[in-house]
Design a binder for this molecule. Structure first.
Ligand code: FE2
Length: 381
C-alpha cells in the first residue's frame, strides 16, 4: 500500500509541474548554420561526422534566394544555408560572424502558444507564427531573438509527415557514409559579453520558464592566465540545456574573449552531441579527420584514484584522449574538438553520460590549458 501511495504522489507532482510549465518543449528540433558554402559544409558533416543526407531546398525546389542542405544523425538535424546572391541578410551575417549557428529550433506542440507566451514575457519577435504546408501536411513555426543574433524557432510538426519541412524535398544521394553513433544534442553553449550573463539567465528564466541548474565562477574555471564564468539553464523536462558563458578577468585573453573577438559578437560556442559508445564514436571521428584538444598524458596517471572505477579501459581512453568526470549521480566521458571553421569560434563536444548529469567540471582546468595551447599557436592568447 505504501509504495502505491508514493507512486501516486510522484505522478501528481509531475502532472502539476508540467501544468505549471508555460513553455513545454519536447526537444531540439534542428540547428541551422549560416555558412558561405552550404553544399561543401554538408559534405563535411557527412564525411567527417557521419551525418546522412536528409533534405534540400534551393533552385531545384523553386527557392531562388537560398540553398539549404539538411543532414541528420540519430535525432540530430543540422541545416546549412547559404545565400544565392549578394546583399542578403544571410550574407551580411556571414560577413560579420563567419560560419556559425543562426537558429536553434525547439520542437513544441503549439508554436503559436509558445510564441505568445514568450512575447508576453518580454521576448523580441523574430518570426510571427507562420503556417507552411505542402502535400505532406503543415508545420507552424514562430521565432524569438536570443543572445547576439541567435534565434530560437518554435516548430510545431504534429500534422506534418514530410522528410523535414515544407519547401524542402528529400535529398537523395548514393553517398551516405556510416554513422559515427551521434544520437542527440545534449547541450548548446552560448558565449556572451562581459557583464551580460545574468541578463540572459534572467531571459531564460522569465521568458522561457527555464531554471538555473548549475553555476561555475572564476574559482572553478580558471587557469594561470584566463578565466570564465558560466551558468547552466535547463527547461522543465531537462531536454534543453543552455549553459551561458561570460569572460572573467584574467592575465591574458580568455577563450570566451577570443570567441567574441572573432565571432564579432555573442553566439553559440559549442554543441555537445551524445553517444552511447564514445570509444567507437571518437575512433571513427579521428579516422575521418576530426581533430580534438589534447590533454597531457599525465591526466591518465591517477585517473582511477581521482574519479573511482569505471567500465572503460583506461589505456583506450588515454589513446583517444577522452576525459572522465564524476558527480553524485554517476560519471561521464567527454572530448572536445578543435574549432571547425576558418575562425576560432564554434567547436563540438562529444559526450557519453553514465548517470552523471553535470558538465565535466573536474576537467575544466586540463581543458582550458589545452585551449590556451591552441590560442598560443594562433597568437591570440
Ligand atoms: Fe559542454
Amino acid at each position: 500500500m505504501s509504495s502505491l501511495t508514493i507512486v501516486r504522489k510522484k505522478s501528481t507532482e509531475s502532472v502539476t509541474s508540467s501544468m505549471n510549465d508555460f513553455m513545454p518543449i519536447n526537444g531540439t528540433d534542428y540547428v541551422e548554420f549560416y555558412v558561405s558554402n552550404s553544399k561543401q559544409a554538408a559534405h563535411f558533416y557527412k564525411s567527417a561526422l557521419g551525418f546522412h543526407s536528409l533534405a534540400y531546398s534551393g533552385l531545384e525546389t523553386g527557392n531562388k534566394k537560398t540553398e539549404s542542405y539538411a543532414v541528420a544523425q540519430g535525432k540530430i538535424k543540422f541545416v546549412f544555408t547559404s545565400p544565392l546572391h549578394s546583399g542578403t541578410e544571410i550574407g551580411i551575417h556571414i560577413d560579420q560572424h563567419g560560419d556559425g549557428v543562426k537558429v536553434t529550433a525547439l520542437w513544441v506542440d503549439d508554436a503559436t502558444l509558445s510564441f505568445n507566451e514568450a512575447i508576453s514575457r518580454g521576448a523580441t519577435p523574430y518570426l510571427s507564427p507562420t503556417k507552411e504546408e505542402d502535400e505532406f501536411g503543415y508545420v507552424v513555426r514562430s521565432g524569438i531573438y536570443a543572445y547576439g543574433e541567435v534565434v530560437h524557432i518554435f516548430v510545431e510538426r504534429s500534422k506534418y509527415h514530410g522528410v523535414f519541412l515544407p519547401g524542402f524535398k528529400p535529398w537523395k544521394t548514393l553517398y551516405n557514409p556510416e554513422s559515427t553513433g551521434l544520437e542527440y544534442v545534449d547541450h548548446m553553449v552560448g558565449n556572451v559579453e562581459l557583464g551580460h550573463m545574468n541578463k540572459w539567465v534572467k531571459f531564460y528564466q522569465e521568458v522561457m520558464g527555464f531554471k538555473q541548474i548549475l553555476s561555475f565562477d572564476d574559482k572553478d574555471i580558471s587557469t594561470e592566465y584566463t578565466a570564465l564564468m558560466s551558468k547552466v539553464m535547463s527547461n522543465n523536462n531537462g531536454k534543453i540545456k543552455f549553459p551561458i558563458n561570460e569572460p572573467a578577468a584574467g592575465l591574458k585573453r580568455s577563450q570566451v574573449e577570443e570567441y567574441l573577438d572573432f565571432y564579432e559578437g555573442e553566439g553559440v560556442q559549442h554543441i555537445a552531441m551524445a553517444t552511447h559508445d564514445i570509444i567507437k564514436t571518437v575512433s571513427q571521428l579521428k579516422a575521418r579527420g576530426i581533430e580534438f584538444l589534447q590533454v597531457p598524458d599525465s591526466y591518465y596517471d591517477n585517473l582511477v584514484e581521482r574519479i573511482g572505477s569505471i567500465e572503460e579501459d583506461i589505456e583506450l581512453l588515454r589513446d583517444l584522449n577522452i576525459l572522465v568526470d564524476r558527480d553524485e549521480e554517476g560519471y561521464l566521458l567527454q572530448i572536445f574538438s578543435k574549432t571547425v571553421q576558418a575562425r576560432p569560434t564554434l567547436f563540438f563536444e562529444i559526450i557519453q553520460r553514465k548517470g552523471a548529469t553535470s558538465f565535466g567540471k573536474g576537467n575544466f582546468k586540463a581543458l582550458f590549458e589545452a585551449i590556451e595551447r591552441e590560442q598560443a599557436l594562433r597568437g591570440t592568447l
